[in-house]
Write a protein of this length. Structure first.
Ligand SMILES: [Zn+2]
Length: 142
């Protein structure tokens, strides 16, 4: 299978994500160069970023192949955007990640409540689940 080929649905999602990514990167002064999807062969992580400012997001659920929820993609995007400034999962990284997520929520970009069933009154839950906190790629380590 040729993973360089994007389906129409993938292109639509990536265009929407790219629009939001640029908005958030601009607001927080983050050096985003390019947003694309993770190779379909990558199973373990939800997203990655490298020192050149390229962010890759996995669009599909690895169990059933369905597209991930947009709110999950946004949460992962915010996580990777924060890595453009902090290449670790330290306290400053987490503070920036929460700031970006809060801004995205206020701007109507991140809407976890739209997909969390009533009763589970914990909008941060999905963000935590969507970002298992894998190590940054080797290229990003300093
Ligand atoms: Zn991370």
């Amino acid at each position: 299978m040729n993973w360089d080929r994007f389906s129409e649905e993938e292109r639509e999602i990536l265009e929407r994500l790219d629009h939001h990514a640029r908005l958030l990167a601009g607001r927080f002064g983050l050096p985003l160069a390019h947003l694309t999807r993770e190779s379909g062969r990558v199973k373990r992580r939800y997203g990655s970023c490298d020192v050149n400012g390229v962010i890759r997001l996995r669009l599909h659920d690895r169990r059933n192949g369905a597209f991930l929820k947009y709110s999950s993609l946004i949460a992962t995007l915010c996580h990777e955007l924060a890595h453009l400034k902090h290449l670790n999962h330290g306290i400053r990284f987490r503070a920036l990640y929460m700031q970006i997520l809060e801004y995205a929520r206020a701007a109507g970009i991140y809407r976890p409540r739209a997909v969390i069933s009533p009763g589970k009154d914990d909008p941060g839950r999905e963000a935590r689940e969507a970002t298992p906190g894998g190590s940054p790629p080797a290229a990003a380590r300093r």
